[in-house]
Design a protein around this ligand. Structure first.
Ligand code: MG
Length: 265
């Protein structure tokens, strides 16, 4: 099942994405399926209809937890070491944007990178779960781009600024439920050119382990999101670029790149 959050110019609504590729439509739901039983309203909207815009499938009320250095080949490209335990960081929910929303390059960085990643959406309150029961706490999965100011990541002791700025967390295009994520392709393309191409089976720490480990640190709430790390091939984004991140079976998350559009007040 694929759960989309969308707008036709007014308040966000939710729906199931159904139909075959090329003729997909949204079966509109009443309310938010994360917090109440999913009830179809009977309304259908073509996915490619004018005025329909997919939004970030979820705005985490609590947190986005990132995992660093979780693919050996990515660790190697920076001469870093594979951590003995998962390396965690946080992104604020103000960093989240949706499909086709612009990634705004901050004026204080000159080296902003894409990072295609598998994202996990938590379904219920989760604390101290075992690896064996971890997947019972997952609503579904989506594609993320862990946009990172690489120069700032290297110059600041903490990664908050480098990975937490506005628009640094594109999520989408929808949440896919009931899929096995052990061995899915993860790719990133910039202006159509493939830059990252790996598989989730390359992860150092897999999804059940990450959920269990993270739940020993934080209480995870419904709608919290875990970014599971990026494979090798990261690189810079420039104004005018279009970056597409894709995880096999979860869709493609596409975002244009622009210069910082906000003037200082
Ligand atoms: Mg990352």
């Amino acid at each position: 099942m694929r759960i989309a959050r969308f707008s036709e110019g007014s308040d966000p609504r939710f729906g199931f994405v159904q139909g075959d590729p090329g003729s997909e439509y949204i079966a509109v739901l009443s309310g938010d399926p994360l917090f109440q039983p999913a009830r179809p309203t009977g309304e259908r909207i073509d996915l490619d209809s004018d005025g329909l815009r997919l939004l970030a499938p979820i705005i985490p009320r609590s947190k986005v937890i990132g995992v660093g250095r979780n693919y050996p080949a990515h660790v190697a490209e920076f001469d870093s070491e594979i951590p003995a335990q998962p390396l965690l960081f946080l992104k604020p929910n103000t960093a989240v944007i949706g499909p086709d929303d612009p990634i705004q390059l901050p004026s204080w960085s000159s080296d902003v990178h894409y990072e295609a990643e598998l994202a996990v959406v938590i379904s219920r309150m989760t604390k101290n779960v075992t690896e064996e029961s971890a997947l019972d706490h997952v609503l579904g999965y989506m594609v993320a781009n862990d946009v990172t100011a690489r120069d700032i990541q290297n110059s600041d002791d903490q990664w908050t600024r480098a990975k937490g700025f506005d628009s640094s967390c594109p999520l989408g295009p929808w949440i896919t439920t009931g899929i096995d994520t052990e061995d899915l392709g993860v790719t990133a393309r910039v202006n159509g050119e493939v830059r990252q191409d790996a598989r989730t089976s390359d992860m150092v720490f897999d999804v059940p382990f990450l959920i269990s480990y993270i739940s020993e640190v934080f209480t995870l709430l419904p709608g919290d999101v875990i970014l599971t790390g990026t494979p090798a091939g990261v690189g810079p984004l420039n104004p005018g670029d279009v970056v597409e991140c894709e995880v096999e079976g979860l869709g493609t998350l596409r975002n244009p790149v622009v210069s910082d559009i906000y003037e200082a007040e």
